[in-house]
Design a protein around this ligand. Structure first.
Ligand SMILES: *Cc1c(COP(=O)(O)O)cnc(C)c1O
Length: 448
């Protein structure tokens, strides 16, 4: 194994293609090679330490090198690393399914595994579609999504995506969908006389097209990749009521919001909503291994039952479905939530974060501050009064994360929205440092 920094950097630039990255600019910047993690910190090749301010892309929960998670993984490794779930079962996958059903909103009784958030969404879309086909309502062939939605990068997930920058170029490859406006209050033309126009528009689409719709899909409480866009209180509940009124299925994509991110175990809980499908990934394994689950109801499951020769089975599965290593660490992740009283201990941290964010209200370049628990978006603007964005070529969000890196924190921008998504296990002093670094980085980069 090569360890020399210069050689590694040369090989990276010669052979790697990084995700969501314009490589032409990337290869001109210093390459940050992470060599280890500890708690909420990551360490680079030169031994420099960084706060993991985005939980290694929204996955980490209890910290890096968490002893109980390390141990769960090692114990399973001593038994078997992988075996198929096509026709076979394994102990961690069974235990995890039971744990997930006990933990998720009532009514969700069936767990279908895959390995990432996009596939969790694909599974929900295909199950919802086949459900209606099996029930003889063959005209229900489309999905209602929200503008700015993000559900992953595979083509089915992209079809129900609404971010033009990512999705527009592939439009000829996608299946048609219906799109409702999303509640983006900061840039809403009607915000001074809000009468929930975005919700009314959604209601109108449902009223008009409900016979063609298989399911409504959304990220409950907050759209993540869109730039951390929260929904007003009552919104999710209203969407559930609408789906019920018209007999539509509801897919809640909690790939980002699940596992404590919004302050409760699942975002749906905050509005007392049980979806027909719940998509989980990112935090499910505590940030250790790729794993995803799509949960659904007994009513959906039973529709697929029949004799072999009826061919009603769900013909879908991924090679690493229910991987024992990933499932074992996920079981340990759920156990830690309980043992560490993670959600209870998180509440003072959320309150502290809220109070720090409030201090930044008047910052000349922070146009909007959006928070749901430990999901935060800071929308940077050049001119606060006019809500005028920075010029795109200036890559203001990127400049901020480079400044933060110098100050000792890893952050991510979504365009010019700076994201904070620290591991739930972050201590009060570490959180204080993260806030200090964030605001300093914004000041340095915006005043340059
Ligand atoms: C990240 C994300 C996905 C996609 O997950 P991957 O593991 O990257 O495929 C889907 N939905 C939401 C809401 C996400 O945040």
């Amino acid at each position: 194994m090569e360890e020399n920094y210069d050689t590694l950097a040369a090989w990276d630039h010669a052979h790697l293609w990084h995700p969501f990255t314009q490589m032409q600019g990337f290869v001109q910047e210093d390459l940050l090679i992470i060599t280890r993690g500890e708690g909420v910190y990551l360490f680079d090749h030169h031994g420099r330490r960084y706060l993991d301010g985005v939980s290694s892309l929204w996955t980490n929960v209890h910290g890096h090198r968490q002893p109980a998670l390390d141990q769960a993984l090692q114990e399973q490794l001593a038994k078997v690393a992988h075996c198929t779930m096509l026709g076979l079962a394994n102990i961690p996958a069974i235990n995890l399914a039971k744990g997930l059903v006990d933990l998720t909103p009532p009514g969700l009784t069936r767990v279908f595994y895959s390995d990432n958030g996009s596939t969790a969404v694909e599974v929900a879309l295909k199950m919802a579609y086949q459900y209606w086909q099996l029930r003889g309502e063959k005209q229900r062939r489309t999905f209602l999504k929200l503008k700015e939605a993000y559900h992953g990068d595979t083509l089915g997930a992209v079809s129900v995506g609404g971010i033009d920058l990512f999705h527009q170029i592939f439009k000829d490859l996608l299946f048609p969908t219906l799109e409702a406006p999303n509640p983006y209050c900061y840039r809403c033309p009607d915000q001074d006389h809000c009468q929930s126009q975005c919700l009314t528009a959604l209601e109108q689409i449902v009223a008009e097209h409900h016979r063609e719709i298989a399911a409504i899909i959304l990220e409950p409480l907050m759209q993540g990749a869109a730039g951390m866009i929260p929904q007003p209180p009552g919104y999710l509940k209203r969407v559930r009521e609408l789906a019920d009124a018209y007999g539509l299925l509801l897919i809640a994509d909690e790939v980002a919001t699940g596992f404590g991110r919004t302050g409760t175990m699942f975002a749906c809980e905050q509005e007392g909503v049980s979806p027909d499908f719940l998509c989980l990934a990112k935090g499910i394994s505590g940030g250790y291994l790729p794993l995803a689950a799509t949960l659904t109801t007994e009513a959906v499951y039973e529709t697929f039952l029949g004799e072999f020769q009826d061919f009603k089975a769900f013909f879908h599965g991924h090679t690493y479905t229910g991987n024992p290593l990933a499932a074992a660490v996920a079981v340990a992740n759920l156990k830690l939530f309980q043992e560490e009283r993670r959600l209870e201990k998180l509440q003072p941290q959320i309150a502290y974060l809220t109070s720090r964010l409030q201090e930044w209200q008047d910052h000349p370049h922070i146009g909007d501050i959006r928070q749901r628990g430990f999901m935060v978006g800071l929308e940077l603007v050049q001119d606060k009064a006019a809500k005028e964005p920075f010029p795109v070529a200036r890559r203001q969000g990127h400049q901020v994360i480079l400044a933060a890196r110098q100050l000792g924190a890893i952050l991510r921008p979504l365009g010019d929205v700076i994201v904070l998504m620290p591991p739930l296990a972050i201590s009060m002093t570490e959180l204080q440092d993260l806030c200090d670094i964030t605001i300093q980085a914004i000041a340095q980069a915006c005043e340059r």
